[in-house]
Unconditional design. Sequence first.
Length: 426
Amino acid sequence: MLIRTNVSRGSFSRPRRAAVAVMSAALVVTLTTIGVASAASGTGKGTVTFFSWDSQATMQPIINEFMKENPGIHVAFSYATPGGNVYVDTLQKRLLAKTAADVFILGNHAQQAGGGYVKALNGTYAAKVQSPFGTKMNTYNGKVYGISVASWGGGFLVNETLAATAGVTTPPTSWAELETDLQKMNAAGFTGLQEAGDGITTTIMGLIGRADAKSGGHMDANIFSGKTTFSAAWTQALSTWSELYTKKLVNSAAAGLTGGQVVTDFDAGKIAMFTTGSWQVAPSRAALPAGTKLDFWPIPTVTPGQSYWAGAASPPYAINSRAKNPVAAQKFVDFLAGTKAVSMYAAETGSIMTTSNFKQKLDPALQRMYKDVVAGNLWCSWQAWPGTNSSALDSTFISNMQKVQLGQETAADLTKALDAEWATLK
């Protein structure tokens, strides 16, 4: 089985990607400083520590509800931004120093679960309600070490009201149709599609995801085991994506744009489509004029009817194998996967929840992707990267992606750069 091994720079939900840009310079902060009492053995009474990359604004209402339902247990909360691998790096340092929290967001499966730092959760309530996709993503050597309560999907967020003024009213079913639609929208005097250059775009993820699915889901494992290369496995998909720039369908200024800048233009009604994830629906709906029709469209591929989504399971909750209060830690993780907490998390973040104990009322713009998100018909670069090597590969990908956007490199140059970087890491 291919195990996606890391949660890294990409962010998961609206608070993760949108908030990174506005987080304070104090990247690692303790947000709850109420005094710590020692845990009474076997009862869970006392304090359970929790290290999160969701903000206090997101998690505190959920924590308060847990403490209300579990009098005598206090949750001491701390936080680090997911941006720039700060959370992942901080967690690993604390695990090595034996100072990590009782409950945390799992980082590298092979490094952390394989290193004995994480408790197996098979048979727990949380593991039983986790989706099959979440279980697959959080299994290492046959044991479940993390609990994902949600997933995200990504593709093109579309202002269908604006697109319709150029005669584009339905999702393209092939790459050729997408190119035709973009020509129509650009000719109508507005930007049909905009990407940013500060992260691997959902267009790329969808195209590579479909290639991975065609391989039976083994493409990434084959790259990192040496059975194939980035050049052999990814060049075709990336060549398709690069046509957006070689054919001048998307402005090469994308290389210098941040995701936040693109969102601003979309919310101002200047762009019909942009590449993003499901977390963006609620804030864009609030920003655009009332009555604007929004939808998410999947990424089309060269073969008609073979569209695909970007996406990933949410960063999983895990329990420290050296937890000072293991009883409270398990109660807390089970609560986080419970109906009440899942409902609250959905309301706080707009995430697509996937646990079997919760039926969600979704924004209409998320209906098209919902079944694929729950089923895990998704691909995401930061769940494909091989763990501790992810930062270097991610940086190489983005810097060379920007060169393709600017017309300075080809897709083949990009994949060659990834092969060269991987050769120095493996």
